[in-house]
Write a protein that binds this ligand. Structure first.
Ligand code: FES
Ligand SMILES: [Fe+2]
Length: 392
């Protein structure tokens, strides 16, 4: 942590309490001192089939992931006009681009000649146009078909009718949402408050320091659960970050099926908030969000983690992890701090939380336990499930 303290101001660009919106500040003001935290016991369970059942998986696909727009990537990944990235994580080949006018667009990554992918990798490309690798039809970054090789060999080929298939897309607090089945989007599940919170955290304008994809053998909710509860933190993370967080419930607000949790770091007292108006609020408080339905945001002192948990099967989830910093490192010190932070967070989320999800799923898939059981340090899981179940 001394390493972090030595960062130059330009690389720290700290977020103070006053940088957050009033609703966020009010939530933070509700965090009790660590010694005053009270755990209310609860009795709650969910049947095994919630994590292992084909029927439930199909219901979620139809009732959530194809019915509503879902998070696909981050605005910050495509900061400049002309940028494009492919994404297959939901099992639908997608292209996300930022047009010349700065607008985000989403397309099916399939050529209108014979369906070939236009962009084959998942790197970010900056280019004014996309050329199909097969017969070299060329499309603008806005999806218009602009060039056909040997156009003279076709009769009645109307380029105006053969642009890329566009899907409804929108940026929401720095998260790019796409309606995967192309139907008329129902944006009602997205919360204005969540978008405002993400904006005050600087997510839309952040720098993508690192990005990594994990292909996990676990149901998407098994992967999500550790980001909704503090019960595991001092235990699963005993050897890494467990001693930074108290064994206390988070302060939670639900906005439909979006959840915001805030919690104090170890030794937190509310008085600390007002000791120094210029201090980094992320040193005192951790934010953990789940934006509808599967986008997790966790704040750390000098970076923000965003994860999109994309279900691929009952027991398979592709997670795209993004580490966001306020900007690229401008000093050697920052370079070192960001690199060490990235290594740490990948080993904590990947080696601990995701590993826990996979080893839990192994038991669940074997039918044990017949029902999962939740305690008063896991209340948010139950509340979030209730909000999701209302949509199924
Ligand atoms: S499939 Fe794209 S040009 Fe033929
Ligand atoms: Fe964790």
């Amino acid at each position: 942590m001394n390493l972090v303290a030595n960062l130059k101001a330009a690389d720290r660009r700290v977020t103070t309490l006053a940088d957050l919106n009033e609703n966020q500040q009010a939530a933070i003001r509700r965090i009790p001192a660590e010694k005053d935290a009270v755990v209310e016991p609860i009795e709650a369970t969910r049947p095994n089939a919630v994590f292992t059942g084909r029927e439930r998986y199909d219901q979620e696909q139809a009732g959530i992931f194809r019915r509503f727009p879902v998070p696909v990537t981050l605005s910050a990944l495509l900061p400049d006009p002309g940028m494009v990235v492919a994404n297959d994580s939901y099992g639908v080949p997608l292209l996300i681009s930022r047009t010349r006018s700065g607008e985000i667009k989403a397309f099916v990554n399939a050529c209108q000649h014979k369906g070939s992918k236009l962009v084959e990798d998942c790197e970010v490309h900056k280019q004014g146009r996309m050329t199909c690798p097969y017969h070299a039809w060329t499309y603008g970054i806005d999806g218009k078909l602009i060039g056909v090789a040997r156009n003279d060999a076709f009769i009645n080929l109307d380029k105006g009718k053969r642009g890329l298939k566009e899907l409804p897309a929108r940026e929401w607090g720095g998260v790019v949402y796409v309606q995967l089945d192309g139907s008329d989007p129902d944006w009602s599940q997205l919360s204005d408050q969540i978008a405002a919170d993400f904006e005050s955290l600087g997510i839309p304008s952040a720098h993508v320091y690192g990005r990594k994809t994990f292909d996990l053998k676990a149901n998407w909710k098994t992967v999500l659960e550790p980001f909704l509860e503090g019960y595991h933190v001092q235990r699963l993370h005993a050897a890494s970050i467990g001693d930074m967080f108290p064994d206390a419930p988070n302060v939670v607000d639900l906005f439909g099926a979006n959840i915001r949790q805030v919690s104090g770091r170890i030794g937190y007292t509310p008085q600390m908030l007002d000791e120094d108006a210029s201090q980094n609020v992320h040193k005192l408080v951790t934010h953990a969000y789940t934006a509808f339905p599967n986008c997790v945001v966790v704040t750390s002192q000098y970076y923000i983690s965003v994860m999109i948990l994309m279900p691929r099967d009952v027991d398979r989830t592709v997670v795209e992890y993004f580490m966001l910093t306020p900007g690229p490192a401008t000093t050697d010190k920052a370079t070192e701090v960001f690199a060490r932070s990235y290594e740490l967070i990948i080993s904590v989320f990947g080696g601990e939380d995701f590993r826990a999800a996979e080893i839990s799923q192994a038991g669940l898939t074997a039918g044990v336990p017949a029902e999962t059981v939740y305690c008063g340090l896991e209340t948010n899981i139950v509340r979030y499930y209730e909000a999701l179940e209302a949509l199924l």
